[in-house]
Design a protein around this ligand. Structure first.
Ligand code: GLA
Length: 727
């Protein structure tokens, strides 16, 4: 054991610290990435010398130019956006950070951490920069800890998690912005001199308009398998900000962190301000590799229960909205049994009595079952589900309140609102003040009371439909600028308690669709709801967008009645690319549709180790060409099993038009694979050219297969091909 530790120590020393010609060099590396810092011998300041593909030779690294200041402060000689800006208690607004030391750790097998300590020599302020690396997955996480020992508090105006410098001829930024039901539209634009800011100041439903992740191509627009690209995301379930600033020398500075908007932070002596984590990867082989690295890392290290299985389900929201009672729900459970899914999920509308939740204008906050609708309570529903062999899941929105509720009447002091102005509502509701410990107890209690009363509840869908409006905390009084931050900290405090007490309770994160989609929240949630838009055509785009950062298993995808012009097969095939569920009345389906869905569930369960835990390859982008085709495939770890999904989306047909064959990826060149079209609608035969044929990986990857149906009579059609190695 001792010898092992010594060897490890020597390895770490060798790998992460070296001095050449007296110059301190701090390489932060993964298998494919180098991020290199150097200390300027003359000034003692820390510089980022390099970020990009791995540099393997120390002799080269020694000759790298110094680069640009690593964690730029305000008030010195650099004229661009600082990573940190503070006001000392003597009124002086400057900061100059110098390198003091650094250390290397191995917090867990397969993970390394480097911590660089910087200090100001004039004021007792220090910053620790943390870099956590996942070498195999090529992920680097970065955050800062800011503290001081001045006599009185200082004020933080800027407090970035990360400042990265890139040096290239051209830069192209992809942001993922949109709206309710139109999430993650990918927009790629070139960056030229000046700043581009991507941020949110919505507070709770923080990502409703813009997502906390971006892609940055270097020199040329990266494609799926070519080009250099950085994928970055902030783990913060609140206001975020990314600044992309091209400077006078055409260098790009990327500053990531909490949005400091209306959030100057008064930091007490010895208090440590820990920024959220900025998580990134850098690929020289295009977006595909970067996404696969990110997805693999998420499953292994970040997403709650990332390596565990998921439950298929039937939800009642789209099927009933608020119009249900006990009998109807029991009927729907029978439909879940018919479909063969694992769980029934009861959505909004089951609670409140003084102001029953019959629409979204009242009842939120009063978490007792509506007796007129559910006279025997949730207990009876859990029992019914259990008797039918189903798990039972429940919707809650515990951070919110309708003004028309008993909670609001009793505890207006718990509601974020301006004391002297009219209230402004988003979806007729307001946000509870999670900076208040009493409110945290109450929100935790929503889950805890339900679980105590009904331990059979197996799942929660945790919703959050409103951004923070009327921003003022009755609790924080004269520290209003802390509210956006304390809100998120309060949320994590609650979620920590839920996770500690119910470690095996899966939960879906929802915020009026995809209004919360960050990796810190996903430590507590097994999946998220990408969008209320379940039109399968829109979903192809939405799932495509999110897949750049998130694994299929983290995204719930439901078959609904949105866009009935698309067949049940098309709708189900699209949902089968992520965590499959249904939100539809089965009794409205004809027999063939039901039979189709049942078989699709069976196939999904059989193939979920490939789809949910495998490597994803985006083959044909719905964003490109005529936007009329899309294809995605998944392979398992050994590449002996794969699934291909191919879609025609209102294709443009011309006489004698044949779409290009789709070249597969991720297979073994010399292996022989059998191709079989599955998910065939009752009574139809496969028209797929290679149905039940055997071809080599070489053929499939170099020649490709005519995956699209190209049938001019059908506006939307889909194919699912199971690919199995013949050994
Ligand atoms: C939000 C969610 C929906 C549904 C409704 C219920 O809009 O995104 O899935 O749960 O709330 O009110």
């Amino acid at each position: 054991m001792k010898i092992k530790s010594v060897i490890l120590y020597i390895f770490l020393l060798f790998a992460f610290v070296f001095k050449i010609n007296g110059e301190t060099i701090i390489p932060i590396t993964t298998n494919d990435i180098s991020l290199i810092y150097k200390v300027d011998e003359k000034t003692g300041r820390l510089y980022q010398s390099y970020l990009g593909q791995k540099l393997s030779y120390d002799s080269d690294i020694a000759l790298l130019p110094l680069g640009k200041e690593a964690y730029l402060t305000h008030g010195m000689e650099d004229y661009f956006e600082p990573a940190i800006r503070v006001l000392h208690n003597d009124g002086n607004p400057s900061l100059l950070l110098k390198y003091v030391s650094h250390e290397n750790k191995q917090p867990q097998s397969g993970i390394h951490e480097t911590i660089i300590l910087l200090k100001d020599e004039v004021y007792p302020v220090e910053v620790k920069l943390h870099f956590i690396t996942y070498p195999k997955e090529n992920i680097i996480k970065e955050y800062a800890e800011i503290s001081h020992r001045e006599k009185k508090p200082i004020v933080l105006y800027n407090y970035a998690s990360s400042l990265l410098h890139l040096n290239a001829e051209k830069y192209f930024l992809t942001d993922f912005s949109g709206e309710w039901a139109k999430e993650v539209c990918m927009n790629e634009t070139p960056l030229t001199y000046g700043k581009r800011i991507v941020d949110s100041k919505l507070g709770s439903r923080a990502n409703m308009i813009c997502s906390p992740f971006f892609m940055l191509s270097v020199n040329e627009k990266a494609q799926e398998n070519t080009g250099e690209i950085l994928l970055g995301t902030l783990g913060w379930t609140g206001n975020f900000r990314f600044i992309f600033e091209v400077d006078n020398l055409n260098g790009l500075r990327i500053i990531s962190g909490i949005n400091p908007y209306a959030s100057e932070y008064t930091l007490k002596p010895n208090e440590v301000f820990r920024t959220p984590e900025f998580i990134f990867t850098y690929s020289a082989e295009g977006k595909g590799k970067a996404s696969r690295d990110m997805q693999r890392w998420a499953r292994k290290y970040q997403l709650k229960d990332g390596e565990k299985s998921r439950m298929t389900l039937l939800n009642n929201w789209e099927a009933t909205h608020f119009a249900f009672d006990e009998n109807k729900l029991v009927d729907i459970m029978d439909e879940a049994v018919k479909l063969g899914v694992d769980m029934f999920l009861l959505d909004d509308g089951w609670f409140a009595n003084k102001y029953p939740r019959k629409n979204d204008r009242q009842g939120l906050g009063d978490w007792d079952e509506t007796v007129t609708k559910l006279p025997n309570g949730i207990g009876k529903l859990v029992k019914e589900a259990t008797n039918k062999g189903l798990k039972f899941g429940l919707w809650i929105e515990p951070e919110m309140v309708n003004p028309k509720s008993e909670l609001y009447e009793k505890h207006k002091d718990w509601v974020i609102h301006l004391p002297n102005r009219d209230e402004y509502y988003y979806r007729n509701q307001m946000v509870l003040d999670l900076s208040n410990l009493e409110v945290q107890d109450y929100v935790f209690g929503v889950v805890d009371n339900l679980m105590t009363k009904y331990p059979g509840i197996a799942y929660f869908k945790w919703d959050c439909n409103s951004p923070i409006t009327n921003i003022y905390s009755p609790y924080l009084k004269n520290q209003q600028s802390h509210l956006y931050i304390e809100y998120v900290r309060g949320l994590y405090a609650v979620l920590d308690r839920v996770k500690a007490k119910y470690p095996n309770l899966p939960m879906m994160l929802c915020a009026g669709g995809g209004g919360r989609t960050d990796y810190e929240a996903l430590k507590y949630f097994t999946e998220f709801w990408p969008s209320d838009n379940t039109d399968p055509i829109a979903r192809i785009f939405i799932q495509w967008g999110y897949s750049h950062f998130f694994p299929a298993k983290s995204m719930a995808a439901h078959v609904t009645s949105w866009n009935k012009q698309a067949s049940i097969k098309f709708r189900t095939d699209v949902a089968s690319m992520c965590k499959l569920g249904f939100d539809i009345r089965v009794h409205d389906m004809n027999e063939a549709d039901l039979a189709y869905c049942k078989e699709a569930v069976i196939n999904f369960n059989r193939l979920s180790p490939v789809i949910l835990d495998g490597e994803q390859y985006r083959l044909v982008s719905p964003y490109e060409g005529n936007k009329d085709h899309a294809a995605v495939m998944y392979t398992n770890e050994n590449a002996d099993k794969a699934v291909l999904f191919a879609y025609d989306i209102n294709p443009v047909f011309k006489y004698n038009y044949f779409p290009t064959p789709v070249r597969l990826q991720g297979l073994k060149k010399d292996a022989r694979y059998k191709l079989e079209e599955i998910n065939l609608y009752k009574g139809t035969e496969s028209k797929f050219k290679y149905h039940n044929k055997v071809l080599t990986g070489e053929f499939l990857m170099q020649v490709g297969v005519p995956a699209f149906s190209a049938d001019p009579t059908i506006p939307t059609s889909s194919r699912v091909i199971e690919i199995t190695e013949i050994k």
